[in-house]
Write a protein that binds this ligand. Structure first.
Ligand code: SAM
Length: 239
């Protein structure tokens, strides 16, 4: 399976991304721990600390998958609509939320590129490790801007290549050699994990993505890189 953008049409990319996440949904949470050595939990805690969800706020967690970000936000009292293009990921999330007895969550299948929500609906929009899978990223950013209220906050966390010499090579070796093998062993799906690794390599560096967020209409945009930009928290405001 090849996901090279040059080889497939946009519709085909969207369809294949759908297959990847249907295939990984059941093992998604355990794979996250294995692939990141548990680090994704710390990154997610830090991300939600930046978002500062408050009781009474309504937040859209886009590409929310199995709910990791949304759970942390409802625990701080916000109401969260978890949206994802993939119903299988959301189904795993709903089940987890039920087991934990979490309240304040609404689950909805949505494509980030074309949301069914009205203009000015949400106090904040979050998207974590999701935007790199979206076929037309500028469209998704425009939609984020549209559905936010004035004064609403945009937050995105995404991977890219680290610019730390040494660390970057180590991470490349880990992600190219070990992650697809883990995918095969744990989820019996090497191709999907190969795609996920390649999509990290292709995602724009923090300063370039920040320019895209500004282009979509957000102001006071910021990029907070961690581990030399391996993971970056992006933010901006709608005024
Ligand atoms: N945010 C969750 C987390 O951090 O654990 C899930 C991240 S998961 C790596 C990426 C998610 O993006 C998948 O659930 C996938 O279905 C979703 N996704 C991909 N393309 C999308 C699109 N166009 N619109 C909405 N969600 C999309």
């Amino acid at each position: 399976v090849s996901f090279g953008e040059e080889l497939v049409s946009p519709e085909e990319k969207t369809r294949r991304v759908g297959e990847v996440f249907s295939s990984v949904a059941r093992r998604y949470d355990v794979m996250n721990d294995l692939m990141s050595g548990g680090l994704h939990r710390l990154w997610k805690d830090r991300f939600v600390a930046r978002v500062k969800p408050r009781p009474g706020e309504h937040i859209l967690d886009m590409a929310g998958g199995t709910g990791d970000i949304a759970f942390r936000m409802v625990q701080r009292g916000a109401e969260v609509t978890v949206s994802d293009i993939n119903a299988d990921m959301l189904a795993v999330g709903e089940q987890r939320a039920g087991k934990r007895g979490l309240k304040g969550l609404t689950w909805q299948v949505q494509n980030a590129e074309k949301l069914s929500f009205a203009d000015n609906s949400f106090d904040a929009y979050t998207i974590v490790f999701g935007i790199r899978n979206v076929t037309h990223i500028p469209l998704a950013l425009k939609e984020a801007h549209r559905v936010l209220k004035r004064g609403g906050r945009f937050f995105c966390m995404e991977f890219s290549r680290s610019d730390w010499p040494g660390f970057s090579e180590l991470y490349d070796a880990w992600s190219k050699n070990v992650i697809p093998k883990l995918g095969k062993a744990i989820a019996d799906d090497e191709a999907s994990y190969k795609y996920l690794v390649e999509s990290i390599q292709r995602f724009p560096r923090p300063e370039n993505f920040r320019a895209m967020v500004t282009e979509a209409g957000f102001v006071r945009t910021a990029a907070e890189p961690m581990l030399g930009g391996l993971v970056t928290i992006h933010s901006g405001w709608k005024i």
